[in-house]
Design a protein around this ligand. Structure first.
Ligand SMILES: *Cc1c(COP(=O)(O)O)cnc(C)c1O
Length: 511
């Protein structure tokens, strides 16, 4: 989620509170919210911020009809399609021309048109009714098998091991399912009732979401200068109530691969699970390895790795809405499954969180994988890594910028000389949509096939060099992301930041 909002937090925090010492700030803010007068003032400030949000988030307010109740007569299909085509045309250029970090990973017109055809052929199917649509069950079984094989399922050695998994709706669901599975396994096998999960601070927010949802305590381990998890800290953190250890291949923020071999061996020694989050890397790293790039081991070749997530809807080039979660054994996967044996609605079982869901997305995912093949994925990986190499080389030539860690294709950069969020805003003025990161303050570009188009990397580097120079010349400007991240980076107003994020979600659902 990107919040491109002016003076977000600075506006929301009343001046007296802003002037207080940093440490006192959070406390003061919480106390202030208890007094009606101050609370009203804070809420009035939030309202102003929200108005800015509404303007930026609803650009079509005056262009197309709003429907806040059902139209009394249905509108014609043709008028709806026409309206959608108009809005789509306004939104397509930016990502299609390669101005966006991540988001659309393939996006070639022919590939997209093919997926759309596959979707249309299967739009009425529902995997919950495997008896009606056995073809969808076939597609899903094969998606899991192909993904597992790609991630070294055939290299496991123990007799009880048999890599298996399920298709899910996305990386977040894959991760949440894996964590629920470990919680239930730890409860069943070891009687763990106050579960905790050991994860690097750079692990995806989906792990925090899982912890919050399933009442698991997250134990965060720091990362080193190289942005990779500190092994010794992980060793110290694992205890009797630990259900699993997590590592990323690579992590979303800085694109670096945690020391998965060492971390998973700690988990193995202590008899707990280990999840490799390869949501981002699952469909890149196996091919990078084949191309001769140095890729540390991260998959089922490591005996301690008991589960993995790999996003088909990222570098698997499927449409959004699918991912794969894998387990080392069927016994472990069993803890993911839901069964209802005495429901009046009948005998009911479902593998993931959803009940009914789209079989068309799975069909499109299967079709993407089978049409790409190993050769297709190897070639697209080659293009992405070569483009990323050129981009990393170019960033190193820009005075004042430094790359964090030693990433392959998700490149995070920071600066000791200019405000990096100012650079982020200035890149925004040049149409770029990059990801703002914090702790430490930095920005990343996640390289996709969109950036391998001729001229895109060159334009990125030229715009970046200019933006850095502009930031040096005019360090301050009203609005943009700079003040937001500037304050969000300091812990004191985290409550305010949290309030604003919740309000953002409210605005998202305003009709
Ligand atoms: C994208 C991503 C996720 C979560 O994926 P969603 O598909 O957005 O739910 C998890 N981990 C990593 C490393 C990711 O890059």
């Amino acid at each position: 989620m990107d919040l491109d909002l002016p003076d977000l937090v600075t506006q929301a925090v009343p001046t007296p509170i802003r002037r207080a010492g940093e440490r006192a700030l959070e406390k003061l803010f919480k106390v202030a919210k208890r007094f009606p007068i101050l609370r009203n003032r804070i809420e009035a400030e939030y309202e102003k911020v929200l108005d800015d949000m509404r303007t930026s988030m609803r650009p079509y307010r005056d262009e197309v009809p709003r429907h806040v109740k059902l139209p009394s007569e249905g509108r014609s299909r043709e008028s709806l399609l026409e309206e959608m085509r108009t809005l789509k045309a306004k939104e397509d250029d930016r990502w299609a021309d390669g101005f966006v970090s991540g988001a659309v990973y393939h996006g070639d017109a022919e590939h997209t048109a093919f997926l759309d055809q596959v979707y249309a052929l299967n739009s009425q199917t529902n995997p919950l009714h495997a008896d009606l649509w056995p073809r969808v069950a076939k597609y899903e079984g094969e998606i899991v098998a192909m993904t597992a094989q790609m991630l070294s399922a055939d290299k496991v050695t123990r007799a009880s091991d048999e890599v298996c998994g399920t298709v899910t709706s996305g990386g977040t669901e894959s991760i949440m399912l894996a964590i629920k599975t470990y919680r239930d396994q730890a409860q069943a096998d070891r009687g763990v009732t106050s579960p905790n999960l050991v994860m690097p601070i750079t692990a995806h927010a989906a792990f925090d979401k899982a912890c919050e949802s399933f009442r698991i305590k997250p134990i965060k381990i720091p990362v080193g200068e190289d942005t990779r998890a500190v092994i010794a800290e992980a060793r110290k953190a694992v205890g009797r109530n630990t259900i699993a250890v997590v590592g990323s291949a690579p992590a979303f923020p800085h694109g670096c691969i945690d020391p998965i071999a060492e971390l998973s061996e700690i988990a193995y020694d202590r008899g707990v699970g280990f999840h490799t989050d390869a949501c981002l890397g699952g469909f890149v790293l196996p091919f990078a390895e084949r191309l001769g790039y140095s890729v540390p081991p991260f998959d089922f070749r490591l005996r301690g790795v008991t589960s993995m997530s790999a996003d088909t809807h990222k570098y698997g080039y499927a449409a959004k809405g699918t991912s794969v979660v894998l387990y080392r054994s069927k016994e472990l996967r069993r803890h993911q499954f839901f069964r209802a044996t005495d429901w009046p609605g009948g005998l009911y079982a479902s593998p993931t969180f959803a009940g009914s869901r789209s079989g068309a997305l799975s069909a499109a995912c299967w079709a993407s994988m089978v049409s790409m093949g190993e050769a297709g994925y190897t070639e697209s990986t080659r293009q992405i890594l070569e483009t990323a190499d050129a981009i990393k080389h170019g960033i190193r030539q820009i005075r004042g910028l430094k790359i964090l860690g030693d990433p392959l294709w998700v490149v995070a950069f920071a600066s000791d000389e200019v405000d990096i969020y100012r650079v982020l805003d200035l890149m925004g003025h040049r149409r770029w949509n990059l990801n703002g990161l914090h702790k430490p303050a930095s920005v990343h570009l996640c390289v996709t096939l969109r950036h391998t188009q001729p001229g895109v990397a060159k334009r990125f580097l030229a715009d970046l060099a200019e933006s850095v120079e502009d930031a040096r010349r005019q360090p301050k400007d009203k609005g943009g992301m700079a003040p937001v991240y500037g304050l969000a980076n300091k812990m004191p107003v985290r409550t305010a930041v949290g309030d604003i994020l919740a309000a953002y979600l409210d605005v998202l659902y305003e009709a």
